[in-house]
Design a protein around this ligand. Structure first.
Ligand SMILES: [Zn+2]
Ligand SMILES: [Zn+2]
Length: 177
């Protein structure tokens, strides 16, 4: 029981930190994830298996970093739970990109995932097509707060850009004294 609980905790916390501190900020402020994971139609190997390209490798490792950092911490409680979590996490990376192979998830599996809140390949594919939806790589409950976080970070970027333009034009508020 403890093994399963730690595996789930690793996956949930890993997905949470990866989504909120890498994936979404990277969509707003970065280019790496967009250019590697969202640029045109790519192969299953490109999405799900680390390819020799440095940028794909860097994007994959950055997304996996929270899991890697959490592993030794949760390993104090249950090393086997951590191993199970990492294996399931890697299996989900492969599975959620099987749409690139032309596979379709059987309805019974899709129903089970809908009930348990697990992201299916079809749901993840929506994110590949439209970058403002379908957040959370493994857990669908991260989608709604993720979209909120995306909106807020976009607002932050716009206001920063606006103040940079104002400064360039010399319109910034100045206190003369
Ligand atoms: Zn993907
Ligand atoms: Zn993305």
């Amino acid at each position: 029981m403890e093994i399963v609980a730690i595996a789930l905790l690793l996956l949930f916390l890993g997905d949470f930190f990866s989504t909120f501190f890498y994936h979404i900020p990277e969509h707003v402020f970065g280019k790496l994830h967009l250019s590697t994971h969202h640029a045109g139609q790519q192969s299953f190997r490109h999405y799900a298996v680390l390819s020799p390209s440095t940028s794909v490798l860097l994007d994959g490792l950055s997304g996996a970093l929270p899991y890697i950092l959490l592993a030794p911490l949760l390993g104090i409680i249950s090393p086997l739970g951590v191993v199970l979590g990492l294996v399931l996490g890697q299996a989900h990376v492969w599975w959620r990109h099987t749409n690139a192979l032309g596979w379709q998830t059987p309805e019974v599996v899709r129903d089970w995932c809908d009930r348990t809140g697990i992201v299916t390949p079809e749901q993840h594919w929506l994110h590949h097509q439209r970058t403002s939806i379908a957040y959370g790589d493994i857990f669908t409950c991260l989608d709604a707060p993720g979209r909120q976080w995306l909106r807020w970070l976009r607002w932050l970027r716009r206001s920063r850009e606006l103040s940079a333009i104002k400064t360039t034009l010399g319109l910034g508020s100045r206190v003369d004294g």
